[in-house]
Design a binder for this molecule. Structure first.
Ligand SMILES: [Zn+2]
Length: 429
């Protein structure tokens, strides 16, 4: 594996100067992620970084430079994770989070993040939307640049830089530390519509593909089972963020957990709701009506629940009790569910494909679960022509697993072979 990966590195390093090359990939089984159809004995022909055609093996006559034999594998497009934090290394407790911001410099965190990027790719996630650097400023823009320039291996990245919240509503908080200290912040703090607008302009100038806001905080459950929170922005502030985001031809992702945060984020114009654990029927109705996507980030909620309860905050345990019902209602209601894990919020050593298992347990069939990380994720990112499907003209982002994930979704936790942009990054050989 080491020798192979070294070759992959060399391959990336020289790819900008490489000559045009053609590759054929023999597929034992090949999934059409749009229709769910599985074709057998097919050949994918690549033209450099792109898929040129798909044809039956019987009609294939070798006229390509290289043939990759995946006859014994199930082949599908590379997966897409719409909610990652490559610059975080797990934060069950508030101390886990604080220690990363207080004890690790941004260069050190960026080095660790380069490992996260490689892990995402090795996990078969060939595209990620990284939803903010948690105090590491614009380091995500540099990681994306380093990947695109072949300096480090990693997925295609859509980045959101610093994220936006209002003053006093995001760690690190002077409440927990000596108030005399000038503490690092996990976000860019704003007050008022003008500052909100300025922050969007600064982040776009710094390289943000997406703008992220933290719309609510302070979650609690009433005896009737409904969830509530405090919105972080005034209507004028979040509307200024959304308006400037649209003017900058970017899209808005809103961390919003309960209806208090979800509904005003949708009304302001958010394209995706992140987490949404406490959503109700009104949220579901509005999301469908306004074509708003949901990244449910399921496993992270389970992952942090016990540790946070021990710290005195049992809310994630409550969310896990009601989550199956919330998920089922959103699915039945027709909400567009895009795969988003929040990995980085949990350890990068955990499988990034864990959410698929929950989705299937809670009502999706295996194809629907796969579509969240292919077809629907590509729609959220407005990249339908390029990723999420194996079709002519799309990027050659392709993975292979042993066995059929339409029968066993957990096979996606053991991706065997990964190609991104026509280059192989993982192989069983
Ligand atoms: Zn997150």
């Amino acid at each position: 594996m080491r020798i192979f990966l070294l070759l992959a590195y060399q391959c990336i390093a020289c790819c900008s100067f490489a000559q045009h090359r053609s590759v054929a990939i023999k597929c034992g089984s090949l999934l059409n992620t749009r229709t769910g159809e599985v074709l057998h004995n097919q050949v994918i022909i690549l033209d450099d970084h792109f898929i040129q055609s798909v044809q039956p093996l019987a009609s294939f006559s070798r006229r390509t430079d290289t043939v990759i034999d995946l006859s014994a594998y199930f082949v599908m497009p590379g997966l897409i994770d719409c909610h990652t934090h490559v610059l975080l290394q797990g934060d069950i407790t508030s101390d886990d989070y604080a220690m990363q911001l207080l004890k690790e410099s941004i260069p050190y965190r960026t080095l660790r993040a380069s490992r996260s990027c490689n892990i995402a790719l090795q996990n078969g996630f060939t595209t990620i939307r990284d939803l903010e650097t948690e105090g590491a400023m614009y380091a995500d823009v540099d990681l994306k640049k380093a990947i695109n320039n072949g300096i480090i291996p990693g997925p295609r990245m859509f980045v959101s830089t610093r994220a936006i919240n209002t003053v006093g509503h995001y760690p690190l908080s002077p409440r927990e530390f000596n108030w005399e200290l000038d503490l690092p912040k996990g976000i860019q703090e704003v007050n008022g519509a003008d500052e909100a607008r300025k922050a969007v302009r600064e982040q776009v100038a710094g390289g943000a593909d997406w703008i992220k806001v933290y719309a609510d905080r302070g979650y609690y459950r009433l005896p009737d089972g409904t969830y509530h929170s405090s919105p972080n922005f005034t209507a004028a502030e979040i509307e200024a963020v959304a308006d400037e985001t649209t003017k900058s031809r970017r899209r808005l992702a809103a961390h919003a957990v309960t209806p208090d945060g979800i509904i005003y984020s949708i009304n302001a114009g958010a394209r995706s709701i992140e987490h949404g654990f406490g959503m109700n029927a009104e949220c579901i109705r509005l999301m469908v009506q306004r074509n708003v996507f949901w990244c449910p980030t399921i496993y992270v909620c389970a992952y942090v629940a016990a540790g946070r309860a021990k710290e005195g905050s049992p809310i994630n345990s409550y969310f896990m009790e009601s989550f199956p019902e919330v998920f089922r209602k959103a699915l039945e209601g027709g909400v567009k569910i895009a795969y988003g894990t929040d990995i980085g919020g949990y350890s990068w050593n955990e499988p990034e494909a864990k959410d698929f298992g929950y989705m299937v347990k809670w009502g999706m069939n295996n194809l629907q679960a796969i579509q969240t990380a292919t077809i629907t994720a590509a729609q959220l990112l407005e990249q339908e022509d390029h990723i999420g499907e194996i079709k002519p003209g799309a990027f050659a982002d392709i993975i292979a697993v042993k066995g059929n994930p339409l029968e066993n979704i957990q096979l996606l936790e053991q991706v065997q072979w990964v190609m991104k942009n026509g280059l192989v990054y993982r192989s069983p050989w």
